[in-house]
Write a new protein. Structure first.
Length: 236
């Protein structure tokens, strides 16, 4: 019995490592460029009171990302769908943001189901060297997943910027996103990161994944479960 249990634990550990590695490094087309970024203009920013509520929720309910515990992949603060204020969720869902982004991308996009822990989430970069390392976004569905990033608070001294890299040429580019706009991209194909923040400066963003089809196969459900375990242990 102990031997069987050891085998099961070993298999789970291997699957976790493979899932983590694939999510960070795997590219569907290593010999081509996949850096299509769409700008979304005229996005209304929540009021100061709502932003203050969001910022407090990230600090009080969210996760503090420690690079010593996630292999040096992230540092900052993050709050998932269950941790951000209902007012923020209502703000973007009532905005019909899916329709806006569908028109920009040119394909019908929808938000995830209510059960998705990261249906809408937020990140706060406010401490010295807060960052997010190069990665791809996980997609467990049968079709494409796009990621919408909306800055809602940016200090004048902010140095935390959205960046992309062409895996073929290794060329890195900074995509400036001003308040009142966002960027949407296929996170499974665009290799991206967030550069380091400077002490005393602040950048807070809302992230909204959108899907051509949110249906998941049994393998997709298994990979999603593995992501949950990885995120719980590594705090990404």
């Amino acid at each position: 019995m102990k031997f069987i249990l050891l085998i099961i634990i070993s298999i789970i550990a291997i699957l976790l490592i493979v899932n983590y590695w694939a999510g960070k490094h795997f590219h569907p087309c290593e010999d081509c460029s996949s850096n299509k970024i769409y700008k979304v203009k005229n996005i209304v920013i929540p009021s100061g009171l709502l932003l203050e509520e969001l910022e407090n929720s990230i600090r009080e309910k969210g996760s503090v990302l420690d690079p010593k515990k996630n292999f040096g992949n992230a540092m900052g603060k993050k709050a998932n769908y269950n941790q951000i204020p209902q007012s923020i969720k209502d703000f973007y869902e009532n905005m019909k943001i899916e329709k806006i982004c569908s028109g920009v991308v040119g394909t019908n996009l929808n938000l995830a189901n209510e059960s998705e822990e990261y249906k809408i989430f937020a990140r706060l970069y406010e401490d010295d060297d807060d960052f997010l390392e190069w990665h791809y976004d996980n997609n467990f569905t049968v079709k494409k997943r796009y990621t919408l990033v909306i800055p809602v608070l940016i200090d004048d001294c902010n140095t935390s910027e959205f960046q992309i890299k062409d895996r073929k040429t290794q060329k890195e580019s900074t995509v400036h996103i001003s308040l009142g706009e966002g960027v949407i991209y296929n996170g499974s194909e665009v290799y991206h990161k967030i550069s380091k923040q400077t002490q005393g400066c602040k950048r807070m963003v809302i992230i909204i994944p959108m899907y051509e089809n949110y249906y998941m196969t049994p393998l997709g459900h298994m990979r999603k479960f593995m992501r949950g375990v990885v995120y719980q242990n590594l705090k990404l």
